[in-house]
Design a protein around this ligand. Structure first.
Ligand SMILES: O=C(O)c1cc(C(=O)O)oc(=O)c1
Length: 304
């Protein structure tokens, strides 16, 4: 099938720079995606955008160039609940990728077992309205109950303004809960203001809640962008991510978010995104927890 990219769609940055920051041995890129290729793994009819292709071999080449050892491949919304592209990438990774799937209530136990065998260790519940249609909470809770038995966790993606409304649902989830991109704070608001404090309270009061301190390129309002060798990119996001890393060093993850869906104004150089890490995790110990110990505990516990 031939797909035409959504108008204005920015392709991922080809030929990223070599990071100056040397990742600790065994680092995990704990949030990235594959898109198709559409000719092999068609995008879902219900998708809200049509991306460029971003294949598993391109993802693995980026992993090797940046110095990561492993990937966690998160099902992108453009593939709906058709997990074939993500599963294919996990199976081709020689055990170096785990996956997070999107599933419907109708999924059979045998299919869940197959996903597990392929390396899937979580499901993603998405509440970002521009990305997905609404799924009733009772359906999601039923899925959470089923995947809890497999030892999986739930990844949640939502906007900061929606946290109050989603609070009761999130805090009732029976698994480890991993928040994508710090719950998308509005970084024009103060880091110690009520909106971000609510997110910190969510983590403080619920020890099963983890956060990805990822996507500065998406959250930043004032940059500067991770382009042209910029070594201090996205300065407005740094205080938010740093706060989470320092308050909850054992419950944070980091990922590139390659191939960066839906960025409208620029596409970051992924090498420079890696150089963002020491700004938010400033000691070798914090870096090791963020990049190695935490993702290994969640995704490869049998190796820890
Ligand atoms: O903010 C986004 O547009 C976005 C989209 C997706 C997806 O479409 O799955 O995943 C992300 O992590 C972020």
């Amino acid at each position: 099938m031939e797909f035409t990219k959504t108008p204005g769609w920015l392709d991922w940055y080809a030929g990223p720079s070599q990071p100056r920051f040397k990742l600790p041995a065994g680092s995990v890129d704990a949030h990235c995606h594959v898109f198709g290729p559409g000719a092999e793994f068609p995008f879902a009819p219900e998708r809200k955008y049509t991306p460029c292709d971003a294949s598993k071999s391109q993802l693995f080449a980026l992993r090797d160039q940046l110095g990561f050892a492993r990937n966690v491949i998160v099902q992108a919304t453009c593939h709906g609940a058709d997990n074939r592209a993500m599963v294919d990438a996990c199976l081709a990774s020689s055990g170096r990728a785990r996956g997070v799937a999107t599933v419907k209530r109708s999924i059979g136990d045998d299919e869940l077992q197959q996903l597990h065998a392929a390396g899937v260790r979580g499901v993603r519940f998405n509440f970002v309205k521009r990305l997905v249609d609404f799924t009733p909470k009772d359906e999601l809770m039923e899925i959470a109950g089923r995947i809890a038995k497999l030892g999986w966790h739930v990844v949640i993606y939502f906007e900061a303004v929606d946290l109050p409304e989603l609070w009761d649902f999130f805090t009732a989830l029976p698994t480890t809960v991993v928040v994508d991109h710090m719950g998308r704070p509005d970084v024009s608001k103060p880091v110690d203001g009520p909106e971000f404090e609510l997110f910190l309270k969510f983590m403080r009061e619920h020890p099963n809640v983890w956060s990805k301190v990822s996507c500065p390129e998406r959250l930043s309002l004032t940059g500067p962008r991770a382009l042209d060798g910029e070594q201090a990119a996205y300065r407005d996001v740094v205080p938010f991510a740093r706060r989470v890393v320092e308050a909850f060093p054992d419950r944070v993850l980091w990922g590139t978010d390659w191939p960066h869906p839906n960025l409208k104004d620029h596409m970051p150089d992924d090498g420079l995104l890696v150089d963002f890490i020491p700004h938010i995790a400033s000691t070798a110990e914090l870096q090791r927890k963020l990049l190695v110990d935490n993702p290994m505990r969640l995704y490869w516990p049998e190796e820890v």
